[in-house]
Design a protein around this ligand. Structure first.
Ligand code: ATP
Ligand SMILES: Cc1cn([C@H]2C[C@H](O)[C@@H](COP(=O)(O)O)O2)c(=O)[nH]c1=O
Length: 248
């Protein structure tokens, strides 16, 4: 698969600067490749994960809009209802030790890294049918941030990748910019600041494009746009109503 090859070539040619343990990273790549090959063999050499709808709520939105806070609240409320749930995020935990390295790499390598994370999470979604997964960012973030960097909106033509499972509910949470800035300043200081986050803070045009892409170009009939300016429990309640509508 192209994503795995891009990352493999990258670590081979950048070994001296690949500060983290490249053996661990190579093992992750090999495991994913093995899983893909097994799945391909079972599906006549064609992956159609995009047709698989997982019991998952994917939370999307600009940095600091309240995704992680909402994820915890959703888990709390699902727990009260006796529904098992699990919190996941992209990049997934096994890739976090490598994130600071990839954050400094060229855009194409960073996107391959984020897509590796999407692939890992997609396998989890496919194999966790009795549990509702609450996901903090997924492929919509990867594609929306990538496309927002391209200035010409006419060029936007996005389709869901056939190698990724689709969540049953994708929520785009929007907040007023003043509120988002207030939330960013009170957020944990341990959260690293990415290129995109700086760009969001400094460039209104980038923010607007990102918002536009999330609202209009995520290719899913499961996308819901939700007002995140309200109290977390109220937003969570709205999302849980969406789940009930879909009999999840
Ligand atoms: N509905 C809300 N009302 C008031 N404050 C909120 C709300 N949701 C989140 N916050 C606060 O905003 C800050 C950022 O929230 P959070 O970390 O959940 O955002 P995030 O979208 O996950 O951020 P990032 O994308 O950077 O990981 C936190 O300090 C949190 O307490
Ligand atoms: C998963 C993912 C993230 N990003 C960028 C967007 C944000 O600026 C940062 C931080 O995200 P987090 O919620 O604090 O983890 O990463 C991206 O551009 N593409 C992605 O797939």
């Amino acid at each position: 698969m192209e994503i795995l090859q891009i990352l493999r070539n990258h670590i081979v040619s950048n070994k001296p600067s690949f500060m983290c343990n490249d053996e661990i990273f190579s093992t992750i790549l090999n495991n994913i490749e093995k899983q893909l090959i097994t799945d391909l063999q079972g599906q006549n050499n064609e992956l159609h994960y995009d047709q698989f709808i997982a019991r998952c709520i994917d939370l999307e939105g600009l940095d600091g809009c309240g995704k992680s806070t909402l994820a915890n609240e959703l888990q709390k409320q699902l727990n009260i209802r006796g529904q098992k749930s699990r919190l996941l995020s992209t990049p997934p935990s096994e890739l976090l030790p490598f994130r600071s390295y990839f954050d400094t790499q060229p855009e194409s390598i960073r996107r391959a890294f984020y897509n590796l994370g999407n692939l890992i999470v997609s396998f989890e979604l496919k194999n966790q049918q009795d549990t509702i997964i609450i996901l903090d960012r997924y492929w919509p973030s990867t594609i929306a941030y990538q496309q927002a960097k391209i200035i010409d909106n006419n060029q936007i033509n996005i389709s869901w990748p056939n190698y990724l499972v689709q969540p049953a509910v994708i929520v785009y949470i929007y907040v007023d910019e003043a509120e988002r800035c207030r939330r960013i300043t009170q957020r944990s200081v341990l959260i690293p600041v990415t290129v995109e986050e700086k760009q969001l803070a400094e460039q209104e045009a980038f923010r607007n494009r990102l918002d536009f892409i999330y609202r209009n170009h995520i290719p899913s009939s499961h996308l819901h746009v939700i007002d995140g300016n309200r109290a977390t429990n109220v937003i969570a309640n709205d999302i849980l109503n969406l789940l009930s509508e879909q009999n999840l």
